[in-house]
Design a protein around this ligand. Structure first.
Ligand SMILES: [Fe+2]
Length: 278
């Protein structure tokens, strides 16, 4: 690991099914995750760790988690998941028991230490419900984690965004208890950002005075429609991941959006004599 530069990739909402099954009879989510892993596993992307912010699987079946693990197996860096509303806590814990010591019961919150950077992996799920919630237990855990290493920049990662996006059918199932979370984060200057999943779209805003974002899915996007009565639907938009970088020139977190799949290039700007190509 290059300690002066830390790169954490964020995959979210992969919605993996059992081998051979498509999500919603349409989306080959395994293919999209495999492409994403191939991007992250190969140079020139210098990834130090991968966080997965929920909805790893579609129906939380053991064979779906086994399929997820197989698909991410080319990654040689640590992988840190938190559940989303499509996951199930015990099934997720079983699937990662050989890699992470997750809590035996209750919210599956844990800390990912990546060099000098921390990621507080916050379980925002409410078992059996699509929306998320910050409970007193979860908030107390996060308060403790942020207080115990005040010198370390800490990214807060959770599935449900604690802010609104304008996509109404998703906003009604976002993270409840946002006011208490905001008050908590404002008390800890080591917080350097907040990142989520759930909405399957790249969304950027501020929360508690920090950069706050939603990462895109590597597979299907929730359709962009801000109409109040927009029906829930998905669209196949270009898949992508986020790379959260510390030490990219300053000590602040810098987040890059990276498309998955073949891109044309790279092509030079300048000719052999150093002139801008005309
Ligand atoms: Fe999802």
């Amino acid at each position: 690991m290059n300690e002066s530069r830390i790169v954490i990739a964020q995959i979210t909402d992969s919605h993996i099914r059992a081998p051979g099954r498509l999500a919603y009879c349409k989306v080959d989510t395994a293919h999209h995750l495999a492409q994403t892993v191939a991007l992250l596993a190969a140079p020139p992307v210098p990834v130090d760790a991968v966080i997965v912010t929920g909805d790893l699987t579609d129906f939380a079946a053991d064979e779906e988690y086994a399929h997820f693990r197989k698909l991410v197996s080319p990654l040689s860096v640590p992988i840190y998941p938190v559940p989303g509303n499509h996951d199930e806590r015990a099934a997720l814990r079983r699937a990662f028991a050989d890699l992470i010591d997750l809590p035996a019961e209750g919210p599956q919150c844990h800390v990912a230490d990546v060099g000098r950077v921390r990621v507080a992996m916050v379980d925002s799920t409410v078992p059996g419900a699509p929306h998320g919630e910050m409970t007193a237990t979860t908030l107390a855990w996060l308060d403790r984690v942020l207080a115990e290493a005040p010198e370390r920049p800490t990214l807060v990662a959770l599935h449900h965004p604690p802010f609104l996006t304008g996509v109404r059918h998703m906003d009604v199932q976002n993270c409840r208890g946002a006011d208490a979370l905001e008050e908590l984060l404002r008390r800890h200057p080591n917080v350097c950002g907040l990142t989520c999943g759930h909405v399957h779209r790249t969304v950027i805003t501020t929360f508690a005075g920090q950069a706050a974002m939603i990462a895109p899915s590597p597979a299907h996007a929730v359709s962009f429609d801000l109409a109040a009565d927009a029906p829930p639907s998905f669209s196949m938009e270009p898949p992508a991941v986020l790379l959260h970088v510390w030490g990219a020139g300053s000590d602040a977190m810098t987040t890059h959006w990276l498309p998955v799949g073949r891109s044309d290039g790279p092509y030079p700007f300048f000719d052999d004599a150093g002139r801008l190509i005309d």
